[in-house]
Design a protein around this ligand. Structure first.
Ligand SMILES: Nc1ncnc2c1ncn2[C@@H]1O[C@H](COP(=O)(O)OP(=O)(O)OP(=O)(O)O)[C@@H](O)[C@H]1O
Ligand SMILES: [Mg+2]
Length: 437
């Protein structure tokens, strides 16, 4: 049986074979037209290029089931569910018809390539419409793993931390802005940068701000999610993450919880060898051909750098490390100022609050500002007029918030004292020594 839309799309595909969104749609139409064998061929072609394409996985599952291959169907479905556990239910029949008959409905928005198949209700049904809407569908809206978007902040939004900013400028931003000069001096632009330090002191915030500085998109991955999802497929997940990042260049690819690449080794059922594979995959992605990684900036963050596989810290990999320590008194003042920005306040002596919050992280300081704001709002509501945030509100909040990094410092101290063979923790040791004074 011929089907004009399918035929037109198949012709379009011969001209643009890499258009996975159209191929997935053809596969769906083929399933619906009772041609499961062809549907499966197209779905697997999409999966060969984009292994985590949820829509293609679902189609492949349906097609395999129709063809009577239940084990295969189940394994496709399992992968799809693991990638996309919250697949929204398909809109009840009649919803689309009702919208369409209203006559005023806007042109339906095309489903992004990776949209779960519940979104198929919005797909237009003439070939021209489909091709037009997908013609420049380059950056995929939402990847199957992690979150991708614009950074929205720059280093100017990061309070204080002058020495960290200087390090980042020297080791990351300046070489990137002057690639010619860096090559002259033989300074490699390859590899990644690892931010490490106690929780809540701004690692994630800084990574995001670096993306903002570079005008790059920010793609954030919680590494433990990638590893936990299902052992053995982590390598594939990593590969598809790097592919998504490359498709969205310029892109800062940010791996949070880098320590998951060491720490989990003992917890894994499959033992060290499984983790070895993941580390190797990470290494080969980082070592990828130079043009392939142009415009791709890989950052990592960790609270426990001592747990990271040392192979990842060698030259050309995550070889630049920046320690992000708790903010000093000047930094605390600017962090407080940033977090009070745009809120009604009386004249405040923030230096005084900064002095009273020694040992607090940026996140703790954000909480202090939050609590002071809440108190002022409560008073405003009780009195029926705007009560600005006062010095008293802030000082009381500062007293009630407990610094959250004590425990980290205790652990870190052991590594600085007993595990500092290669001098990796010199900076931390110096900091601890100064504090103990
Ligand atoms: N230097 C800073 N300037 C302004 N805000 C900051 C700063 N440092 C931390 N913060 C605030 O604290 C919050 C937590 O910081 P962030 O998430 O970057 O910490 P982290 O080091 O990544 O912590 P974790 O190790 O727990 O992931 C930020 O969202 C921000 O509101
Ligand atoms: Mg973080």
């Amino acid at each position: 049986m011929t089907h004009p839309v399918i035929d037109a799309l198949l012709v379009a595909l011969t001209a643009d074979p890499a258009n996975h969104a159209v191929r997935a749609h053809v596969a769906r139409l083929l399933t619906e037209a009772g041609r499961p064998e062809e549907a499966l061929t197209h779905a697997t072609a999409v999966l060969a290029a984009v292994p985590d394409h949820v829509e293609a996985l679902r189609i492949a599952a349906d097609a395999a089931r129709t063809l009577g291959d239940d084990p295969k169907a189940a394994s496709y479905a399992r992968l799809a569910d693991a990638l996309d556990p919250m697949d929204p239910p398909v809109a009840p029949a009649g919803t689309t018809a009702a919208t369409a008959s209203a006559g005023t409905a806007p042109t339906p928005v095309p489903a992004p390539a990776d949209a779960p198949h519940g979104a198929a209700a919005a797909i237009p049904d003439t070939a021209d419409e489909i091709l037009e809407q997908w013609s420049d569908s380059e950056p995929v809206a939402e990847p199957a793993l992690g979150t991708l978007g614009q950074a929205g902040v720059t280093l100017a939004d990061v309070g204080g931390l002058a020495s960290v900013k200087k390090r980042l400028d020297q080791s990351f931003l300046t070489p990137l802005r002057n690639p010619e000069l860096s090559r002259e001096f033989g300074k490699s632009l390859r590899g990644g940068l690892l931010l490490w330090g106690p929780p809540g002191c701004g690692k994630t915030f800084i990574a995001r701000a670096l993306a903002g500085e570079l005008g790059a998109s920010f793609y954030e991955i919680g590494l433990s999610d990638v590893l936990d999802m299902w052992i053995g497929s982590s390598e594939r997940n990593l590969r598809s993450i790097f592919e998504t990042a490359r498709r969205n260049r310029p892109c800062v690819l940010f791996f949070d919880e880098m320590d998951a690449l060491g720490q989990k080794r003992s917890n894994l059922r499959a033992g060290g060898s499984a983790m070895r594979g993941v580390v190797n995959q990470m290494l080969s992605e980082l070592d990828g051909a130079s043009t392939e990684n142009d415009g791709l900036f890989v950052l990592g963050a960790s609270n426990h750098p001592w747990d990271i596989d040392s192979a990842l810290l060698r030259p050309g990999r995550f070889d630049r490390t920046v320690l992000v320590l708790p903010p000093d008194v000047e930094s605390r003042e600017s962090i407080l100022r940033l977090h009070l920005r745009g809120r009604p306040t009386e004249r405040l002596d923030l230096v005084k609050v900064a002095r009273a919050t020694d040992g607090m992280s940026g996140a703790d300081l954000a909480l202090v500002c939050e609590q002071a704001t809440e108190s002022a709002m409560e008073e405003s509501m009780a009195s029926g007029r705007v009560v600005p945030i006062t010095q008293r509100h802030l000082q009381e909040a500062a007293k009630s918030v407990r610094p959250s990094i004590g425990e980290w410092m205790e652990t870190a101290k052991n590594y600085a004292m007993y595990g500092n063979e290669a001098g990796a923790y010199d900076e931390l040791a110096a900091y601890l020594k100064k504090r103990r004074r």
